[in-house]
Design a binder for this molecule. Structure first.
Ligand SMILES: [Zn+2]
Ligand SMILES: [Zn+2]
Length: 170
């Protein structure tokens, strides 16, 4: 879990109407071992936090580079994720109760870590590709077809075409 604490006590007291958070922070990988989402370089926060009644609204973008696998050929690729953010922070409703659909304000602080984690997970493409025309892996031998032909192609010719070829030879 990433923890990026921001003091919002001045906002809550009404001393200031909004505060900006424009910083780069190191970010630890998301998820479990095996299916980890790793970050390349720091994550860039560009957020404005405003007070709306008793709540705080965080708006802006969070940008980071992640290492993921191409969904076709499984090679590693680095993807720039730019996540748009518009989330509410709220004080806990009661003891042990967490506010619904919102992040918590705890002791005059908010934690931007979970906010960024959620934003990145939502911004991830379902089927990332190393390139638009990735040829993927050969279903027969498993070779990465971007690196060259594997020789299985002959066997994949449409049987009808094979018969036509024979007919033409006669
Ligand atoms: Zn690929
Ligand atoms: Zn093959």
């Amino acid at each position: 879990m990433n923890r990026i604490a921001l003091d919002v006590s001045d906002l809550l007291k009404g001393i200031s109407a909004e505060t900006e958070f424009r910083e780069k922070r190191e970010f630890s990988p998301l998820g479990e071992r095996g299916e980890k989402l790793e970050f390349k370089g720091p994550v860039e926060f560009n957020l404005v936090i405003r007070r709306v009644n008793s709540e705080l609204m965080a708006e802006g973008t969070i940008v980071g580079k992640v290492m993921i696998e191409c969904s076709r050929c499984l090679s590693k690729l680095i993807l720039l994720l730019k996540a748009g953010v518009r989330e509410v922070f709220r004080k806990p409703v009661g003891p042990g109760e967490s506010p619904e659909e919102a992040f918590e304000i705890i002791g005059g602080e908010i934690d931007l870590g979970p906010l960024a984690e959620q934003a990145f997970l939502l911004a991830l493409p379902l089927k990332p590709l190393c390139r638009e025309d990735c040829k993927g892996l050969c279903p027969r031998c498993g070779k990465n077809l971007n690196e060259g032909d594997c020789g299985c192609r002959e066997e994949r010719i449409d049987p009808r075409l094979a018969i036509l070829k024979k007919l033409k030879k006669k």
